[in-house]
Design a protein around this ligand. Structure first.
Ligand code: HEM
Length: 505
């Protein structure tokens, strides 16, 4: 009996010693492999939260300031997640071009997973063959040039409503940003579903606000997994599930309507082509996609369109109007270009836009200074890679500070100046080929909605500027316009853009 006990004790000690040796070896190996690695510079971090406390309310600005101290590539810790911040055109090019395949995946975060059907959409989905095909379907069938052109009727009709609303506001100040937003909501919704019943606009705006509110919150669980319970206790998970459920019920209702013939017929009367929902539902019938998509994926893609397409477009349009008000010389020159092109017709038509090079330059210039997405959606490295001499491990989150890049004095002459003339001559395009300006991102993850957003912004701005003179209320001078921004999923103005309107003709 005594022999058995001492044998057990011996085995226990042996087991514990082996475990201790394994632990020491793991620590030793990880310590040495870390030390042998050439990591990007890192600011001091706190235990558990890492550098999260340093981000502040305008992370793109804070990270820009940090990059001036630590360099174009720096390694932070968001909780326990190593996060690489790229703040130069050169580093963005390395990430989005040279090593695009390594960096084109997205981290699967808890809040987007709840909101976007387990990240089965395009924007939040990790990269793979499924998302590659879905995105290619989006680009060639949902948001192609032909498809975007087919919504011309919708855009011109909504432009008419917006102009009439502005005409009704002569003599009083009007929140022009709100009118622009409402117009974009209706265009995107009608492109998706054709008709829009009374009350749907308000409902959709509420649902989108609920999404933005939870997407904006830094879910602790995504960055410090052992603290995930905190997101339950603070109510974040509950709020997120509620927002997802309400949007799901809304989408179910509209899709149901469209499955019956009435919905389809109606949408055809409004649009010349097919609505998004028709394209998506037909894809399964005629096998366009090469694989079938279930209803959750259809809803997830519609969410990408609403969440990714509405606020970004309307906020960008609003920023352009701000810059025009602040720069009367530019406004005058643009009014001249439009008046020359339109030649006495009552409204600007889409066909006119091609000739308006100054308008296009103004929009690009404004979007360089005011980016709705100043930090590009996070990516994640899928394998170990050498990046500009640094060792980047698989599983590193990557954030490109496109706001800092667009203001980099090494890349841009007088980066803070608003001089659209420079953009008229340059061949710089929205497409992200020039890594100094990534307003729509780049590489495999580039925004598929560039064409859709571009024509919507151009048409709205051209018509407003053609029909009206804009001024600030209460005798405020252009230079008094408050330009402070509010950081959110898309960055807009901090205060409403109130203007007074008078007719030009
Ligand atoms: C001014 C308007 C817009 C801006 C500034 C904008 C900007 C962006 C940016 C910066 C990205 C991330 C790119 C990257 O990670 O490299 C993105 C992705 C995306 N955008 Fe847009 N966007 C706009 C309009 C739209 C519209 C109108 C739609 C749809 C109708 C749309 C749908 C998407 C989708 C689905 C993605 C995800 C692409 C992917 O992850 O592969 N966006 N957008």
């Amino acid at each position: 009996m005594e022999n058995v006990t001492s044998l057990q004790t011996f085995l226990l000690i042996l087991f514990l010693s082996i475990m201790l040796m394994i632990l020491i070896s793991i620590k030793w190996i990880s310590f040495h492999s870390k030390n042998n690695k050439n990591l990007p510079p890192s600011p001091q971090k706190f235990p558990v939260i890492g550098n999260l406390h340093q981000l502040g309310s305008s992370p793109h600005r804070t990270l820009q300031a940090m990059s001036q101290k630590y360099g174009q590539l720096m390694l932070l810790n968001f909780g326990s997640v190593p996060t690489l911040i790229a703040s130069s055109a050169e580093s963005a090019q390395e990430i989005m071009k040279t090593h695009d395949l390594v960096f084109c995946s997205r981290p699967k975060l808890r809040i987007p997973s709840i909101l976007f059907y387990d990240c089965r959409d395009v924007a939040f989905s990790p990269y793979g063959e499924r998302v590659r095909q879905l995105k290619s379907f989006m680009v060639t069938h949902l948001l192609s040039n032909v498809q975007v052109k087919s919504f011309q009727n919708v855009r011109e009709k909504e432009r008419g409503f917006m102009i009439r609303a502005l005409e009704d506001s002569y003599e009083s100040s009007v929140d022009i940003g709100e009118l622009v937003h409402s117009q974009i909501v209706k265009i995107v919704y009608k492109a998706a579903f054709g008709r829009m019943k009374d009350g749907v606009e308000v409902k959709l705006i509420n649902l989108l606000n609920n999404y933005t509110n939870v997407l904006m919150v830094f879910g602790v669980g995504s960055y410090v997994p052992w603290l995930s319970w905190v997101d339950q206790v603070t109510g974040l998970v509950g709020k997120t599930k509620k927002a997802a459920k309400e949007f799901d019920e809304f989408l179910e209702g509209v899709i149901e309507e469209h499955v019956n013939q009435d919905g389809m017929e109606h949408s055809r009367i409004i649009n010349e082509g097919l609505t998004f929902i028709e394209v998506l539902l037909n894809a399964n019938k005629d096998g366009t996609m090469g694989f079938t998509i279930d209803k959750d994926v259809v809803k997830a893609i519609l969410l990408d369109v609403f969440v990714g397409g509405i606020d970004t477009t309307s906020k960008s349009t609003e920023w352009v109007i701000c810059e025009l008000i602040r720069h009367p010389r530019v406004m005058k020159k643009l009014q001249h270009e439009i008046t020359e092109t339109v030649q006495g017709r009552s409204m600007v038509a889409e066909e006119d836009l091609e000739k308006m090079h100054y308008l296009k330059a103004i929009i690009k210039k404004s979007m360089r200074l005011h980016m709705p997405a100043p930090l590009l959606a996070p990516r994640i490295s899928t394998q170990d890679v050498k990046l500009m001499g640094y060792d980047i491990s698989a599983g590193t989150q990557v954030i490109i500070n496109s706001w800092a890049i667009a203001r980099d004095p090494n890349f841009w002459e007088e980066p803070e100046e608003f001089r659209p003339e420079r953009f008229v001559e340059s061949s710089i395009s929205y497409k992200g080929v020039n890594y100094g300006w990534l307003v729509f991102g780049g590489g495999r993850r580039i925004c598929p909605g560039i064409q859709f957003a571009g024509v919507g912004m151009e048409l709205a701005i051209a018509n407003i500027v053609y029909k009206f003179n804009l001024a600030l209320p209460k005798g405020l001078k252009p230079e008094d316009l408050d330009m402070s921004e509010k950081f959110s999923i898309s960055v807009g103005r901090n205060t409403p853009l109130l203007v007074t309107i008078s007719p030009r003709f």
